[in-house]
Design a protein around this ligand. Sequence first.
Ligand code: KIV
Length: 257
Amino acid sequence: MSLKNKITAIQQAKGNRPLAVLTAYDYPTGRILDEAGVDLILVGDSLGMVVLGYPDTTHVTLDMMVHHTAAVARGVTNAIVIGDMPIHSYDTPDQAVESATKLVEAGADVIKLEGGIKQVEKVRAIVAAGIPVMGHHGMLPQRVLEEGGYKKKGKTEEESCAILEGALALQNAGCFSIVLESIVPELAEKITTELDIPTIGIGCKAANQKQTCDGEVAVITDVIGSYPWFVPPFATTRANVADDIKRAVKEYIGSIG
Ligand code: KIV
């Protein structure tokens, strides 16, 4: 299926079926997720923490994202591959187009960037260059240092209005979809109702609550339990890969000699 048709299918899913999005950072994971039937695969800058061992995403560079996007893309045939734009790779519209082009040349089908109204000109420029854009609004991990931590968004009327306004501005600028991160469930539901494009939530509901968005994105290491040292409270871990690896390695050590 062409990319245009894949994006149309994603947009037509709104209101009809939930969209499944997972992160991947390497070839085997990309290939396994694609074979399992996930809709979109995000080569997220969460790479910084769960693969590269940094404390947050502010250490991730465009070269790192290009390297990992290429690896994931080599394993994916059906899902849409999203290349995440790292911090300071889209400070101006021209730089945003240049960086997005590099991610597409590496194998991304579309790109994602963080922020609301401030990013409108950059979204417009990337879309005008023929590259589909996914927005990312609410809690913005690339701002974690300025904000002094990961904080739930939309708790006040003023903040809620600003986030809704930002989401509408991203849609009007041409985003085909938008990630909503760590915003209160009522606001996530409101934005999902008001927007025509699909919303993809993360941390916008408790683990046992009903969906508040059109789809959900999760960090693969949270889902499979391969990064057990920190799992966010909203995540559901469905396998225990870290323990499996330890068991297999101990068995291997015991089998030597
Ligand atoms: O980098 C990432 O994994 C993300 C998701 C948390 C949405 O941006």
